[in-house]
Structures are given as structure tokens and as C-alpha cells.
Design a protein around this ligand. Structure first.
Ligand code: SAM
Length: 270
């Protein structure tokens, strides 16, 4: 084991099993033409597997104490750029200009930023091809959930509006050092563009957020409260798109949310 004081606040749970790391890198389907962005190099174990497959790897690491170990562990590679910065404080436009078109994100994410990282790529990324992320099992299952299940929520709808998502593998907590108190999954999200032709993502986000903020309420009650409209108006709006008024937020598909948000102006007409 490396000589490093593991920092819980940075979510430092490292992987060292080479066949597992190799399988995660395979899940990302990297070719020699691809540029990869890694978030959280750690001791460089996944970075090395990514670099073996990619044209270039740009890896962000917040903890400068890992500099010596990373330089040592990755000394045989000439296609890795290490950036000692907080990814959450870095400008995604600037990062993207370094990566070029169709870059791949691959990471064993620190748990504390997994949801904000995913949201950031959903909302801000312009040139991304795919995300392959190791994250807490519960979060991964939420990202890949189907409508009608209790895991299905705002982030599921937001991600599936721009990407096709699947779980590629389950990883037991015993594979990590130090061992966390949760298991993990790897998810792969292939970005396929605006597949439901959403006209305005701000309106779409607000509609989805409202629907899940009051999860126990029916959609009609939700629309009435969020858009300050009458029951009749809310019911007619849903009927127009063949949606049952008694449905709850978790019963609507991402495509149905897109349809409603594209036509939200109907709620404003007298
Ligand atoms: N990739 C390594 C592995 O698989 O063993 C380490 C994974 S560990 C779960 C997460 C890594 O992300 C840690 O090295 C941690 O210091 C780094 N990290 C945490 N927060 C970060 C941030 N905001 N920006 C960049 N790196 C971060």
C-alpha cells in the first residue's frame, strides 16, 4: 500500500485490483483516438489503465500531497497531463477546450461530488461523448432507473434526456482501500444529444424539479401549486397529451416531461 495519509473529506477510497481497473477502463470503450478526462487520479491506478488505451488522459486531482506518488507511479507514460485543481472550481469550457470534440470522462468518483459532477456534465458539457463512472451503488441505480420505480428522480430524468444510461458492473466495498461503508456500481452514459427535442432546458429542469419536489402529490396538484393555475386547467393540459391526471412525477417518462415542457405555454393562455 502507498505511503499516503488518506483524506476522508476528499472521498479517498482507492482501487488497486488491476483486473477490476482494467475492466472499468474497458467499460469506457476507449480507443487510441480518444482523449479522456479523469476526475480524481488518486494514486494513478485507473489513470494508467486509461492511458494504455487512450491517445491522451487529462486527470484532475485536488490533493497536492499525491503529487510525488503520482509522478512516480505514472513515470512510464508520456500521454498523461496531471492537473492539481478542484474539478468543481474549474471552468468546464476551459477544460473542454483542452480536450477537444468527443472526449470521454472516466472516473472512480469521490462520493461527495458524484451527483454535482453528473449534473454539471448534463447541463454544461458541449463536446462530451460518454461518462463512465464508479459511484455509490444507490446513486448509480438512481441514474439508471426506469420510470415507475422509487429510484427514478430528477437526476434520472435530466441525464436520460441527453444520454443512454446503463449499469455495467457492481463492485463490492471490499475492493476499495480504505473500505467505505457502501458498495459501488459503474455506470456508462452515452451522450446522444437532445433526443427528445427539448426546446428550453431551464423550463424542462423546473418542471421536473417541481414534479419530484412534491413526490407524493399527483401531477395535477403539482402543476396547480407550481404554476398557480386552476385544477381544470391542469387537468386539461395533461389530457391534451394523454397523461392521466392522477399520475405522480415518477410515472412520467423523460419523453413525456419533454413534451409537457415544450408546451408549457398552454398553461399561460387564459
Ligand atoms: N482514481 C483513484 C482510484 O480509482 O483509486 C482514486 C479514486 S478516489 C474515490 C477519488 C479521488 O478524487 C481522490 O484521489 C480525491 O483526492 C480526488 N478528489 C476529490 N475531490 C476532488 C475534486 N473536487 N477535484 C478533483 N479531484 C478530487
Amino acid at each position: 500500500m502507498i505511503n499516503h495519509y488518506f483524506k476522508k473529506k476528499y472521498g479517498q477510497n482507492f482501487l488497486s485490483d488491476v483486473s477490476l481497473l482494467s475492466a472499468i477502463a474497458d467499460d469506457a470503450q476507449i480507443t487510441k483516438n480518444d482523449v479522456v478526462l479523469e476526475i480524481g487520479a488518486g494514486a494513478g491506478a485507473l489513470t494508467a489503465e486509461l492511458a494504455k488505451r487512450a491517445k491522451k488522459v487529462v486527470s484532475y486531482e485536488i490533493d497536492k500531497d499525491l503529487m510525488t506518488v503520482l509522478t512516480q507511479n505514472l513515470r512510464d507514460f508520456d500521454n498523461i497531463e496531471l492537473v492539481y485543481q478542484d474539478i468543481m472550481q474549474s471552468d468546464l469550457n476551459e477544460i473542454e477546450s483542452k480536450l477537444g470534440d468527443n472526449y470521454i470522462v472516466a472516473a472512480n468518483l469521490p462520493y461527495y461530488i458524484s451527483t454535482p459532477v453528473v449534473m454539471r456534465f448534463v447541463e454544461e458539457a458541449k463536446k462530451i461523448k460518454s461518462l463512465t463512472l464508479t459511484l455509490q451503488k444507490e446513486v448509480g441505480e438512481r441514474l439508471a432507473a426506469k420510470e415507475g420505480t422509487s429510484d427514478y428522480g430528477t437526476i434520472t430524468v435530466m441525464l436520460s434526456a441527453v444520454a443512454d444510461v446503463k449499469i455495467t458492473r457492481y463492485i463490492d466495498r471490499t475492493f476499495f482501500y480504505p473500505e467505505p461503508n457502501v458498495d459501488s456500481v459503474v455506470i456508462k452514459a452515452d451522450f446522444v444529444g437532445n433526443k427528445y427535442d427539448i426546446k428550453n432546458f431551464d423550463i424542462f429542469r423546473l418542471l421536473v424539479k417541481n414534479a419530484f419536489n412534491m413526490r407524493r402529490k399527483t401531477l395535477v396538484n403539482n402543476l396547480m401549486a407550481s404554476y398557480k393555475i386552476s385544477r381544470e386547467k391542469a387537468e386539461n393540459f395533461l389530457k391534451e397529451f394523454n397523461i392521466q391526471p392522477l399520475f405522480r412525477g415518477e410515472e412520467l417518462s423523460p419523453k413525456q416531461y419533454a413534451l409537457l415542457s415544450n408546451n408549457i405555454d398552454l398553461l399561460k393562455t387564459p
